[in-house]
Design a protein around this ligand. Structure first.
Ligand code: SF4
Length: 672
């Protein structure tokens, strides 16, 4: 049998946005997925998860036909119906519910299940034309983004990954780059060969800690204190870049005060880092102009997460690192893509005073009563029964008989089990799309290269048909993916000069037209006055939720090597490689206190709920910290519960983000 190799783009929510090469046989079956060798960031390799994508694409359990619920809500019992019948049921029910309960009783729940701009964002135009409630996308990047933008203004930029080659001191702060930003690793290796020193700061000792030259296994939530202590010591020793600060800092006074609360000795005890190491780092920072800090979102998933992001990312400004090739920091490059976004997601159709539902309080939203009650829910590109905080509240809401729920999916996930109508969606190789990135500066285009499996359809196709049936007469709701992409690319911003849809379609991947020597914040911030906001200063926030005798362990949930979010959560080979069932890592001292041995299952209890997980006893977890590695499909866990049965709907200090790294828990042996 012949095969062909066709180009595409990885759609997962990952900073690397890899260009991929897909081997397809004559029958349109996906045989293999590799990284594109020609792409300067992808450099010929895909990660361990996406390398298994052919198993997902060809999975026997792919949804291939529209389905209607026949059993009790949540039972996952469906019967096949035609597309015509499915669209009629959905359109009729939306019409009835809008007439009876108002348009704001309709809520779309979606997120980054695909990062293609059209299939991710264009459906929002349908809901905006309808006048539905809006979902505030706060589950992942909101707090980190809010922290960054509080310092540097809108439109986040980063040191280009290619320039990290020139860094001489690299701090990987709160990120397992070997898993979550793996295409930075070859660059880190080259930088190290050229003399760079690499420090990893993370409560979880993982692959990146072993790769780095030094690892600090810090206390969860101590990042702001450590960063302020380092900042204070740099100031005390006169190692700050005074010229840069004079030109670009707004006012240092409040920042100096905040730093003075954290002498190195105090921060060392609080953060669990030997004071000598802190001292040495301050010395190195003072000597190294090309300092680069890669920050992860992990540090932001707690009550002080926004302040932590602010405190850490002020350090490159304090040092003037932004001026130097290889200096600066990286959270996200997403603000660099100046596309014409005026219409594709329906921004122009947004009606005033729409209700905004915080995604992290989805359980509460589903329980609203009276005139606020939600009548209709659409879920696409997400799996909230698994990933939304306080899963028990979410399950209660999804089980409401009076809530009409439509789910667009590839598989029958835990969320899909609650659908009234379940619609088969296409995968990234079955529809075209346009991709920006948040870990580099390349725009990419991917064609549909494999015919849709069964009767699956793109999200955009589904919402266009529903718009037609509901009589929503807006031009944007009739535009093809190619037309939408063309409009998105019609921008006269200098970064977009010479980048047309035709060219992108031909070349597939084009780097934005950044200046040759691009130094993101060398000339200050993106605020109108170009000043970086040191004051009011970030602070180390005292958490309300503290470890206690009842709940002595802090739970965090970083991505795992094989399982991270739920997108690849039913690929057997990955699940086997991840140990066959969800696990938590616990320090030997914490396990022995409650008499739990390595490999035993145990109950984990928080104030919100309880679950059962297998315990791995290891000092990779800091004492007092429990690490749940990756998010499993609840239905594939031994107790059919989500890790988020343990997390709460409370919000972070900035950006309304999730508290996934905040819950305090206890470990209990299972009663025989
Ligand atoms: S590293 Fe990220 S972008 Fe690349 S293939 Fe894996 S998930 Fe996709």
């Amino acid at each position: 049998m012949n095969s062909r190799v066709l180009p595409s783009v990885c759609p997962l929510d990952c900073p690397d946005t890899c260009a991929v090469q897909i081997t397809v046989d004559d029958d349109g079956r996906m045989l293999k997925l590799d990284g594109d060798r020609q792409h300067p960031i992808t450099r010929g390799f895909a990660c361990v998860k996406m390398a298994r994508y052919p198993q997902r694409q060809e999975h026997a359990e792919r949804l291939t036909v529209p389905l209607r619920r026949v059993g009790p809500k949540g039972s996952g019992q469906f019967e096949e119906i035609s597309w015509d019948a499915a669209l009629t049921i959905v359109a009729d029910r939306v019409q009835q519910n809008v007439a009876q309960y108002g348009e704001q009783s309709v809520l779309p729940y979606s997120y980054a299940g695909t990062m293609g701009l059209i299939e991710r964002d264009h459906p929002l135009a349908f809901f905006r034309a309808l006048g539905a409630s809006e979902l505030d996308w706060t589950i992942c990047a909101a707090t980190g983004g809010a922290g960054w933008e509080a310092n540097y203004g809108p439109d986040k930029l980063s040191t280009p990954p290619e320039d990290v080659l020139h860094s001489r001191l690299i701090i990987l702060w709160g990120i397992n780059v070997l898993r979550s930003n793996s295409h930075l690793v070859p660059i880190l290796k080259e930088a190290r060969k050229a003399g760079a020193y690499i420090l990893h700061i993370d409560p979880y000792r993982n692959e990146t800690s072993r790769f780095a030259d030094e690892h600090w296994q810090v206390a969860v939530g101590s990042d702001a204190a450590l960063a302020l202590a380092i900042g204070g010591e740099l100031l005390r020793r006169g190692l700050e870049d005074r010229d840069y600060l004079a030109a670009h800092a707004n006012d240092m006074e409040d920042y100096r005060d905040a730093c003075s609360e954290w002498p190195l000795e105090r921060a060392a005890v609080f953060g669990g880092v030997p004071v000598e190491r802190l001292n040495l780092l301050v010395e190195k920072l003072g000597q190294t102009r090309e300092t680069f800090i890669k920050v992860g979102y992990g540090m932001t998933r707690n009550e002080g997460g926004g302040n932590a992001m602010r405190a850490v990312t002020l350090l490159p400004a304090l040092l003037g690192s932004w001026k130097h090739l290889g200096g600066g920091a990286a959270l996200s490059t997403s603000g660099a893509f100046p596309l014409n976004k005026s219409r594709y997601a329906g921004a122009h159709l947004l009606k005033p005073n729409r209700r905004l539902v915080n995604q992290n309080q989805f359980g509460q939203a589903l329980a609203l009563e009276g005139s606020d009650r939600l009548s209709t829910l659409f879920v696409f590109n997400s799996n909230p029964a698994a990933v939304a905080p306080d899963s028990a509240a979410v399950r209660r809401g999804l089980a409401r008989e009076d809530l009409f729920t439509v789910v667009l999916e590839h598989f029958q996930t835990d969320t899909a089990d609650y659908a009234d109508v379940l619609l088969p969606a296409t995968t990234f190789v079955e529809h075209p799309d346009l991709y920006t990135a948040y870990g580099h500066y390349y725009l990419q285009w991917a064609e549909a290269i494999i015919p849709p499996r069964g009767q699956s359809r793109p999200n955009s196709w589904i919402f266009h048909r529903l718009a037609e049936r509901l009589g929503l007469e807006h031009e944007v709701l009739k535009m093809s993916t190619e037309q939408l992409a063309q409009e998105l690319l019609s921008s006269d911003h200098p970064f977009m000069q010479g980048i047309t849809f035709e060219r992108l379609r031909r070349e597939r991947s084009i780097r934005l037209n950044l200046p040759d020597d691009f130094r993101a914040y060398a000339n200050g911030s993106h605020f109108a006055d170009r000043k970086i906001r040191f004051s009011p200063s970030p602070r180390q926030i005292e958490f309300e939720e503290q470890p206690s005798s009842e709940f002595p362990l802090r739970l965090i949930s970083p991505p795992g090597a094989f399982v991270l979010n739920t997108s690849m959560g039913n690929i057997e080979e990955l699940l086997r490689a991840a140990g066959g069932e969800p696990t938590v890592l616990v320090h030997p001292d914490d396990a022995s206190v409650v008499g739990i041995d390595d490999g035993q299952r145990a109950r984990i209890v928080s104030a919100t709920g309880s679950i059962i997980r297998k315990v791995i006893v290891t000092s990779d977890a800091r004492q007092g910290v429990m690490i749940a590695v990756g998010q499993w499909w609840p239905k594939l866990a031994p107790d059919k519960r989500s890790l988020n049965d343990l997390t709460s709907q409370r919000l972070t200090d900035l950006g309304g983000g999730s508290l996934f790294g905040n819950a305090v828990v206890r470990l209990e042996p299972l009663v025989a």
